[in-house]
Design a protein around this ligand. Structure first.
Ligand code: FAD
Ligand code: 2HG
Ligand code: ZN
Length: 470
């Protein structure tokens, strides 16, 4: 990796491109860009550069490349794998000022957005056209469209619309040497060679800096019905989730919170869940085996009968159910899922292990992983929740009194996932957190091909040098 020098001449060149207000050197000003959302990953940076458009981004990248200065692209800094912060003194390229929303193309059901537009901004921008962005997640007020493509973000609607890669119909990016590649026509059928959108989705800032994205939009499904279902066991929740996926055509989200996480979020909110019991009957074991599902249906016409009938079919599995039809009551149910991450952060600095299991091994994993964690670190506390409809479990692990658990926990859990045929990263990416475990899911041949792609697009290794690629 190159390590160029940041000197007065370089700063002059950069301020000439973006203006003095947008080259930050003062450690007080750069501190917020240097620590991640979880507070687990932090570094320092000699400078933060904040371009406002593609031309400025290209000029900045060209200057940094000539000087040999490594750089970390950053959007909303909500990433959860330590990929968005300067870990070894890199410059930070903040993309938040690229926040232009072009008019919605209603004929094509598409929109072109600057990389720095937040998800909430994008949702608000397209709403009046009766169209919606296909990916939704709780960090919507800060997460940016560029960051979401760079991580191939998932969220709560993947079972209906796919993850971020599936939304991208056009992309513009700046390569490490400042070259602009732009392919934004958004043609639904366009087999003219390599697809930069697909390549950059999930590339975590290692191949190019995304500056504009053209997204596919979906007809808004305004009528909603939401159910919170309580189960005695994880296996029952997994069986119910599979049945709901088969029977509810308008299924929009299918999320899970397992007992320890439900206990924590309930305390954080100061409200007990309206159905199911906390506190673990003794037969549930030390972790409490209880599980909750949030199932949401969305359609043009009221989907409550369809969801209600499907829930009735599950009478043998469901202990109790609460149904919400108006936005306020729906929000009350969603609070038990959407606030888990915040509740955990309020309790300490967790290790976050975001994994997918094959459907046939999901219940076994949820039941088995607490023991795997405690064998690696007897004091660690496992907290499980996630997007059960996608087989995606978020295993968060806290140490005693909120300190970080042992690093061995990560390795033990991710090895267990790989043994069961799962993925060590469902939606958050590899970042720096899972670098040493990538080989569990990727063969030597695949990793060699990754390296060849990286060297072709970034021969000097300047773009986000400490993430993704071992
Ligand atoms: P950042 O955190 O700034 O960066 C993430 C990565 O993308 C870094 O590697 C960075 O270098 C790269 N990057 C950022 N912008 C660019 C760009 N313009 N060009 C090239 N590379 C770039 N994630 C999910 O998938 N599903 C969820 O349900 C979900 N829920 C969350 C809930 C909470 C409360 C929080 C805090 C996070 C959640 N996340 C979730 C994680 C996070 O929001 C996503 O990973 C999101 O996509 C990150 O976007 P960002 O703009 O914050 O990117
Ligand atoms: C979610 O689904 C996010 O809430 C965050 O992906 C998961 O905190 C986590 O581990
Ligand atoms: Zn998630």
């Amino acid at each position: 990796m190159s390590t160029g020098v940041v000197d007065a001449g370089l700063i002059d060149e950069l301020t000439g491109i973006v203006g003095t207000a947008h080259v930050l050197e003062d450690p007080e000003m750069t501190a917020g860009y240097s620590i991640d959302w979880t507070r687990r990953f932090a570094g320092t940076t000699p400078l933060v550069i904040r371009p406002s458009d593609t031309a400025e981004t290209a000029a900045v990248m060209s200057v940094l490349a000539t000087a040999g200065v490594p750089v970390v692209p950053q959007g909303g800094n909500t990433g959860l794998v330590g990929g968005s912060v300067p870990l070894a003194g890199e410059a930070v390229l903040s993309m938040r000022r690229l926040n232009e929303c072009e008019p919605v193309d209603e004929l094509a059901s598409q929109v072109t957005l600057g990389a720095g537009v937040t998800l909430a901004g994008a949702q608000a921008h397209v709403a009046s056209s009766g169209l919606s962005v296909g990916v939704d997640l709780a960090a919507r007020d800060s997460a940016t469209i560029g960051g979401m493509v760079a991580t191939n973000a998932g969220g709560i609607n993947v079972l209906r619309y796919g993850a971020m890669r599936a939304q991208v119909v056009g992309i513009e990016a700046v390569l490490a040497d400042g070259t602009v590649v732009s392919h934004l026509a958004g043609l639904e059928k366009d087999n003219t060679g390599y697809d930069f959108g697909s390549l950059l989705a999930g590339s975590e800032g290692t191949l190019g800096v995304i500056t504009r994205v053209r997204l596919r939009l979906h007809p808004t499904q305004p009528e909603r019905a939401t159910a919170l279902l309580a189960f005695e066991t994880a296996a029952d929740a997994v069986s119910a989730a599979a049945a709901l996926r088969r029977s509810v055509a308008s299924l929009h989200a299918l999320e899970a919170v397992f007992e320890r996480a439900m206990t924590l979020v309930s305390r954080h909110l100061g409200v007990a869940p309206p159905v199911g019991s906390l506190g673990g009957d003794s037969h549930r074991g030390p972790d409490g085996g209880g599980a909750w599902l949030i199932a949401e249906a969305a359609a043009r016409t009221d989907p409550s009968d369809e969801l209600g009938a499907a829930v009735e079919e599950l009478a043998d599995l469901v202990v109790d159910a609460a149904v919400a039809l108006d936005p306020t009551s729906r929000q009350r149910l969603w609070a038990f899922r959407e606030n888990v991450t915040e509740a955990i952060s309020a309790a300490g600095i967790p290790h976050k292990l975001d994994v997918t299991l094959p459907a046939a091994r999901l219940a076994e994993f949820v039941d088995g992983v607490p023991d795997v964690i405690r064998t690696a670190d007897p004091d660690a506390q496992p907290l499980l929740f996630g997007h059960l409809g996608d087989g995606n479990v978020h295993v968060n692990v806290l140490g005693p009194d909120g300190v970080e658990p042992s690093e061995e926990v990560d390795d033990a859990v991710l090895r267990y996932v790989a043994e069961l045929g799962g993925s060590i990263s469902a939606e958050h990416g590899i970042g720096t957190a899972k670098l040493s475990q990538l080989h569990l899911n990727r063969s030597e041949a695949e990793l060699a091909a990754f390296g060849a792609i990286k060297r072709a697009l970034d021969p000097a290794g300047l773009l986000n040098p400490n993430v993704l690629l071992p």
